[in-house]
Design a protein around this ligand. Sequence first.
Ligand SMILES: *Cc1c(COP(=O)(O)O)cnc(C)c1O
Length: 406
Amino acid sequence: MFAQREAGFTYSRTGNPTVGLLERRLAALEGGAGAVATSSGQAAVALTLLALAGRSGQSPDGEAHAAAPAGHVVAGDRIYGGTADLLNDSLAEAGIEVTWVDSKDPEAWRAAVTPRTRVFLVESIGNPHGDLADIPVLAEVARASGVALVVDNTLATPYLCRPGELGADIVVHSVTKYLTGNGTTLAGAVVDTGRFDPAAQPERWPQFTAPRRRFGGRSLVELAGNHGALLHLLRAQLLNDLGPTLAPWNAQQALEGIETLDIRMDRHCRNAEALAQRLCDHPAVTSVSYPGLPGSAWEQIAQRDFSHGVGAVLSFELRGDIAAVEQFFAGLKLFVLGANLGDGSSMATHPAWTTHCRLTDDLRARSGITDHTVRLAVGREDLEDLWADLDAALTLALPTSAKEAA
Ligand SMILES: *Cc1c(COP(=O)(O)O)cnc(C)c1O
């Protein structure tokens, strides 16, 4: 097993039977070839980008030579704040370059490709506005450019969207969120959908196709097969060397959560749909962004790819000044002021001051996040309780004149 001639458990940093069960279950839910679990969603994204866009992929012999530049990632600009931080700071330290592009403009993705580009990264449902990615279109551009399409499917879960069926090569998850479902556990996963095939373009993916010193002079494709090469690099090198391993107890929490995924997601979606509708008519709200609203910019994608709903994250813009924003948050009693999502409890967040506070000014402007943007991660409480809480806090935030009119 240590010589990697036989699969098995040698040490818990690279695998454990309980974690293995979660990996098989997530792979099955996504219709994928296999999965590697990680200690968090951040680790899943980071390891995937290191594997695909690291230095070793830019040298014909597949080794990470100091003189070789690292790869390049093109990422959609409507993205989770932690992923923006990862690319702008920590992966930049490792030499991996990023270009942020308009998520919904396929031409912008095509135009951003350079000879070093190896990854397109997008969220199936974006954060915090619920932008829906047109995965089939991005997959086509990625394939034509010889680039792997990585989709962060955290906000959708495989119950709402299966990116592999729509053309994605790799799916990443923060299992912390809806998959586990109770805000109790950090966990992440990388799923190989079975589409990523480095052997089809060996010169583009030398880290998988060239004989590697690390792997006894064999290539990863030789060692683990076309559809196991990425997962083997993630597990046998990156998880082993860097150590962001999922604990078995956390895997067990996630496994229990997944048992009720469909029922929970239905409740999350129905609550979010109703609140989005009602918010549109509230005098304290100037606009609502939720892909489930009739006439939304993503209506067509929602109907085509999301038959069970479009998730439970939405944003809206508050009328008034900063004092009104503060009053709104202070007025909430049931909504928790918190940065999590996918919990049973509904959360209200101020992205500009919390989840997205480290974004560059440029990326914040592209993200459509203002000082008046409120993100809701709608939970599973009673709808009328949720609306009563929102309505009361919104009414507090209204200027006095408007309060009288309302
Ligand atoms: C939360 C989240 C992450 C990071 O996951 P953690 O489990 O918190 O490390 C990545 N992507 C998205 C879309 C998320 O919501």
